[in-house]
Design a binder for this molecule. Sequence first.
Ligand code: SAH
Length: 338
Amino acid sequence: MISLLSLSLDEIKDAVKDLGFKPFRGEQLYTALIKGIAVDKISTLSKDFITVINQKYNLTPLRLKTKLESQDGTIKFAGVLSDGNIIETVIMKYKYGYTVCVSTQVGCRMGCKFCASTRGGLVRDLDAGEILAQVIMANTIIGERVTNIVLMGCGEPLDNYANVVRFIKLANSSKGLNISIRHISLSTCGLVDKIKMLADEGLGINLTISLHAPNDEIRKTFMPIANRYTIKEILEACDYYFGKTGRRIYFEYTLSTLNDSLDNARELARLLKGRVCHVNVIRLNEATGALTASSTDKAKAFVKELNRSGISATLRRSLGADIEGACGQLKNRLEDEV
Ligand code: SAH
């Protein structure tokens, strides 16, 4: 059953009308749901109304299961979906406000060796309302509204394209959560055709590419998607995205012993030279045990070499290190890009 929150306000009003109620009842319901008010606590709506809507739409897509709070203020929570699947969401606190990192799928089929989300393969896509419900739950947990969203949790967002684009539009809608499009970032392992489609949507969200290697040979050793798309194709898609949106592109580069030499840094710099971009370097979290993290010294030297070669790059610190161990799935990363 589709989540009611997958619909826009206008669509909800139509749906409510089709079920024989006044459209403004739909607005009351929607307003309550996006505020995180539980269905049985909505005093303005009758039980009958809720029962009828509930037969057609899922009104409680996500229930809070556990919440972990880190010393540095990062909060990770697990939510249970209606079918019993569990997803994770992370809330990070910055000077400018809160950022929520949402999951877009249960599991993932991309198979990156270092990533724990992919362990059991793809279970299913989330619908737009299930992604939105994570943001609403984050607001409820912190008692204020998050200002930024990163689609960087479990799953490959562009492998769930239609639901993700719908979610972005809903989150951005002035009748919905009203989150600025400039404050929404999507991270992808590089599904070239979908990057181009996203460019054509004209949304202008920030695009982050999980590049992690300066050439295809290295990339193929830990990212199966590298057998499908070359780095050259990905960069062409990025150029297309930049051409359409004017947004600078972000690259994620996770450092392990497989990709952390100064030669690797110089090769990466040659690759990105001339592009309006920024590289976020982060030391690998050894979540799966398949790859070995680089030392902090190596990471600093890598970033320095990139900078020396004229590439804008920073070393990110992992947030919530003390709560990550609980599952090793979601990476809590500093994102000053949004
Ligand atoms: N599938 C998307 C989004 C989810 S992964 C993508 O590939 O971008 C979000 C980010 O976390 C990606 O940059 C991913 O490469 C990174 N990541 C996953 N596992 C990690 C780990 N063990 N250590 C550091 N970063 C990791």
